[in-house]
Design a protein around this ligand. Structure first.
Ligand code: ARG
Length: 467
């Protein structure tokens, strides 16, 4: 690579004062972030406009220079938005690409923009603004997913399905109740998002390189102009902190885990063997060789996206661990992880919202499955406790014998003749048949947060009012 390191290359126009020659090609390649941080152009320009406005307000630059700078930055914004901006890798990153273009557009006044700031507080600002907007978008998307589940829960507050533990039939529940379990999960994700927005709502600009600045800047003014609650309180921490990005990734990882569990259930439920749901054509694909197939590809991809998001979280935690204060270039590697995870999370939430809204629920299949596997055995035991005064452990034992008997006869509990039940325990009467149906089982579970339709409707009302 030595031949690349020739003196014919000019040194960097933004920071090359003390350099005799330009960077080696490999240096340029490893150093440049413009390939991905150009995504931050709008935040970078907004931040620069707020900074220049503050500098003029404080008498640090003239009003004329500020006007030129603001006008030039707005021109650059429309150039980038309309695709008429040439990004240069030699200029490393979005900050220097914008500033170099500003110099071409307005001349020497451009050089005053970087007074009292550094790329260290600039990048911290741009990235925070981006993550904040992404969190706000995530909040809206989660609200949409929650709304989809609330609608399905309302529609199916009475639809009985098997509830599982160990993926073995446990007790009957309603599909509405199952949907509401996801409302709780995504509701927690949404409050994590809201907390994260509160945590990061402090403006980094004005921390400068790491020590603050001797210029009489007003950090409260820039914080207000950029929609932050207040400025950050320690300039060293400000330029070395990427907690806000890691928090975004951890929230994304937890939400991704929830989405993946939902995806897995949809994969299982949509198999012909279960047949609980049928995915719409819009959210499934066919097989090129097996004409009968309808594959839950979107659910499978959501399940997989979770792996990418987890990877990004571990990557950034690992990048940050062991970095001495304050800024180190390692931190430039934060952005791709967050951008990739954000894209995966958005897609996963959107795909799941669509699937939940579109899928057809086969209530007959669910109900038939709910009745199999002796799912009302607990109801029989509870009846023995309530009506025959047995201690629960004895009732459990008696019920176990009834299940064994039904199993040997190949029938359901409700199909056992009374005489045979009485042979197991003499206190059993024909009233017992009232609790052996799945509907009766579900309706009886009225404890707060339980699966009874009345209780499910109470929780739906709570979440509808909550938003
Ligand atoms: N592109 C850099 C990043 O993303 C900007 C900050 C550069 N600061 C520095 N001191 N080299 O982190």
């Amino acid at each position: 690579m030595a031949e690349n390191n020739t003196d014919t290359k000019s040194s960097n126009q933004m920071w090359g004062g003390r350099f005799a020659s330009g960077p080696d090609a490999i240096m340029e390649e490893i150093n440049a972030s413009i390939g991905f941080d150009k995504k931050l152009f709008a935040q970078d320009i907004r931040g620069s406009i707020a900074h220049a406005t503050m500098l003029a307000h404080q008498g640090i630059i003239s009003a004329e220079d500020k006007d030129k700078i603001v006008h030039g930055l707005n021109t650059i914004l429309s150039e980038i938005e309309s695709g008429n901006f040439e990004f240069s890798r030699q200029l490393e990153d979005i900050h220097m690409n914008v500033e170099a273009r500003l110099a071409t557009l307005i001349g020497p006044a451009a050089g005053r923009l970087h007074t009292a700031r550094s790329r260290n507080d600039q990048v911290a600002l741009d990235f925070r603004l981006w993550v904040k907007e992404e969190l706000q978008k995530t909040e809206r998307m989660l609200t949409g997913l929650i709304a989809a589940f609330l609608d399905r829960a309302e529609e199916h507050a009475e639809s009985v399905m098997p509830g599982f533990t160990h993926l073995q039939t446990a007790q009957p529940v309603t599909f509405g109740h199952h949907c509401m379990a996801y409302v709780e999960m995504f509701g927690r994700d949404r409050s994590r998002v809201r907390h994260a927005i509160e945590h990061l709502d402090e403006s980094p600009i004005g921390a400068a390189a790491l020590a603050g600045t001797g210029y009489p800047i007003d950090r409260h003014m820039t914080a207000r102009a950029l929609g932050f609650r207040e400025p950050t309180r320690n300039s060293i921490d400000t330029v070395s902190d990427r907690d806000f990005a890691i928090e975004f990734l951890s929230i994304a990882a937890i939400a991704g885990m929830h989405l993946s569990r939902l995806a897995e259930e949809i994969v299982i439920w949509s198999t012909p063997q279960f047949g609980f749901v049928r995915l719409s054509d819009a959210f499934s694909t066919g097989s090129s060789i097996m004409p009968q197939k309808k594959n839950p590809d979107a659910a499978e991809l959501v399940r997989a996206k979770t792996g990418r998001i987890n990877g990004s979280l571990v990557a950034l935690l690992t990048i940050m661990k062991g970095l001495p204060l304050a800024y180190s270039k390692d931190m430039q590697e934060d952005k791709e992880q967050v951008f990739d995870a954000a894209e995966s999370l958005e897609l996963a939430i959107a795909a799941m919202t669509g699937m939940v809204r579109d899928m057809t629920v086969n209530t007959a299949r669910m109900k038939a499955a709910a009745g199999s596997g002796y799912s009302t055995a607990t109801d029989l035991a509870d009846w023995l406790v309530r009506e025959a005064g047995l201690p629960f452990r004895d009732a459990h034992h008696v019920t176990g014998r009834a299940v064994a008997l039904a199993e040997s006869k190949g029938c359901d509990l409700a199909e056992l003749p009374l005489s045979e039940l009485q042979a197991i325990h003499s206190d059993i009467t024909d009233k017992v048949y009232d609790v052996l149906t799945v509907e009766a089982s579900v309706a009886s579970r009225k404890s707060f947060g339980g699966t009874a339709p009345s209780e499910v409707r109470r929780q739906i009302a709570f979440w509808r009012a909550r938003n």
